[in-house]
Design a protein around this ligand. Sequence first.
Ligand SMILES: [Ca+2]
Ligand SMILES: [Ca+2]
Ligand SMILES: [Ca+2]
Ligand SMILES: [Ca+2]
Length: 368
Amino acid sequence: MDLSKAGKNWSSSITVPQDAASPMSVRFHAFDLSGNAASSPTMDVVVIDNDPPTISAFTTTPVIGGFHKGEEAIFRSEFVDNSAIGAASLEYRYYGGEWESLTMSPEGINYSATLVLSTDRGNRLWFRFNVSDGVGNTLVTGDMEVYLYSQNPRILTVPIVDVMEDERYVMVLEAEDPDNGVVELQWRLETNATWLSLNTTGISLEGTPADDDVGCYDANVSVRDWEGGEAWLSFNLTVVDVDHPPTIEINSPKDGGKAGSTVRASGRANDDSDVVEWVRYQLDKGEWMDAEGTAQWNFDIDTKDLKPGTHQINVKGYDGNSESDVYSVSFKVPEPESDGLSSMQAIGVIGAALVIVAVGITLYLRRK
Ligand SMILES: [Ca+2]
Ligand SMILES: [Ca+2]
Ligand SMILES: [Ca+2]
Ligand SMILES: [Ca+2]
């Protein structure tokens, strides 16, 4: 190309192409008006690369918006440089954290890096690419923010599915969350078992079913991690019927009462299944005998041959399956003679005793 004259100097400018090899060779030629020519030696001019790499595309697996804590995220990117890519890295940070760096490796025309997403550093991740061409030109892309989804908690409890009537049911609830080791999980219970409730302090299901509660129930227990993660445990619960022995009520005689010539005993027998096959009674340690009736029962005791003093009546019932406890009541049979005569006899005995003491004292005094 021609040079143009400015004062004593000749000059020109050229645009060095981005892909120019280095060094570039330069040589000057000069001619005078008579046709004489001269050439300079060839000079080497170093071409310095001042163009940073550029990013032409990037992808992630899973796609942005589908990142889950604890899982791998693969970042792939295509970088272009006018000479060559020297180094590439993925820079990332979590909420409140410092930037960290992961080297990206060539993979075909791309560079890639695999990041295992932290389980316990929050729900947000920022990332960017940092690429250099090896001669000091660097591309740092803008920060990109990604939401990290929480993993679902896992319920560890194996449900207890049977409970006996009148027995305390306690099922301890246990769960773990792969994201958050110590976060407090929120439990919920849905059930048609009115006798069952969620004890949120101890985190357990508790309740005591009664005879009326015998039957089958559905229970759904759920647990949440406050980050959108949730788990369910559904099971059937059966309250098993228990046939309790009957109970006995003794209405008469009153305990400790005085008996006449006949003691009429009566009362009731109650059973959870309303079955009372028999009611039996025993006087003191005698034979067991059948009472009249069952749910309402009675019997008579003739006291004519009983010794004066306290006697005991024992009563028990049977529901075809088990015997009740033995229920007892006592009564008193009085002395046959009147109280007046007994007193007179007592006075006589005391009088005789006084005479003996008086004689004894007299004998004692005479000896002295
Ligand atoms: Ca470059
Ligand atoms: Ca979680
Ligand atoms: Ca029952
Ligand atoms: Ca029963």
